[in-house]
Design a protein around this ligand. Sequence first.
Ligand code: NAI
Length: 386
Amino acid sequence: MVISPKVRGFICTTAHPDGCREHVRRQIGYVKQKGAFESPKKVLVVGCSSGFGLATRIAAAFGGGAATLGVMFEKPASEKRTATAGYYNTAAFEAEAAEAGLYAKTINGDAFSPAVKEEAIRLIKEDLGQVDMVVYSLAAPRRTMPDGTVYTSVLKTVGEPFTNKNLDLRTGEITQVTIPPAAPEEVEATVKVMGGEDWMDWMTALSAAGVLAKGAVTVAYSYIGPSLTYPIYYQGSIGMAKNHLFKTSQEITKQFADDGIKAYISVNKALVTQSSAAIPIVPLYISILYKVMKEKGLHEGCIEQMDRLFREKLSGSPVVDEEGRIRLDDYELREDVQAAVMEAWDNISSENIAQYTDLEGYWEDFYRIFGFKFDNVDYTRDIPLV
Ligand code: NAI
């Protein structure tokens, strides 16, 4: 089958295996060209197949020489459908790792489930003995509990509705959107899915099984952003979950202090990923941000961010802010960057969108997540799906 992109709203329902491989290779190339760094050597990445998790895995393996065990929730190809991008990314990563003589195995299943945690523990025991780093990079829409209860996360405000400009990804026009407040149960469900409870469950299970090395480090990812997006992000339902994630980092450090385990939140930059494209208002903010940061030579993608995490923030004693958080959003939140973004935000309309946004860059990143728009990939190739 000749695979082309099929975009529906903010997702693409097809993915290209050659393009995904190229995406992974370019990220590996970036890290290798910057040279090796000191990092943990046995790394578990929960949410390893796309976005920040995949970039972390690539950086740990190809910059730090780490053996990596990944956990993902992806679909293989069927006779009619391509696999998901994360599936192809992971196949490509494993092939590249094997070629480089690096251990890489991946569990495809629900990270929230006890069965997947047990499988990870089994593999660590068998192959690695212990892990010295756990990366928690899940972005999930829902969580199924062992008793069958399903919690679904929502992207809503807390308290008041919030109206602001929005980029309609289908028409490319600037519209107004009103985001309704979440009901208390919805906030609670979002915290269940995207908060720290499952991160703590992972750490507890790994520790109880004796597969966490003394002095191991664990990192989960968060976002703060500018005050403009506070109502929908930082102070919204997802922000409540991220706040819980932050508190969990402090609890993990306290609970496993005897083993010298340290948990960190890394506050990352806003980037186009499968998850962020789904958040109202954020795609418009991102496309303005891209333009400003590219003009200032400050733009980074997932791999640049995760490379910097290891190289600058985690080598030696971690570089943290006054609350103990790693800040990879330092460039994004720089005063001059935000001043330029706010000016654009105030002036933007459907008529002048090209002047104020890097829509092309937004869409390029979007398509590349699914393996499209690489100039050196032959998209006319007939590819057997299974
Ligand atoms: P993504 O959608 O690219 O990746 C999510 C990963 O989670 C994939 O590997 C997927 O397979 C895995 N996953 C989802 N549900 C799963 C399940 N039930 N079991 C096992 N694996 C599962 O997301 P992205 O954007 O890289 O997000 C990762 C983290 O980074 C999230 O915590 C997100 O909030 C955070 N973050 C994202 C930012 C952004 O702008 N995209 C900015 C700052 C933080």
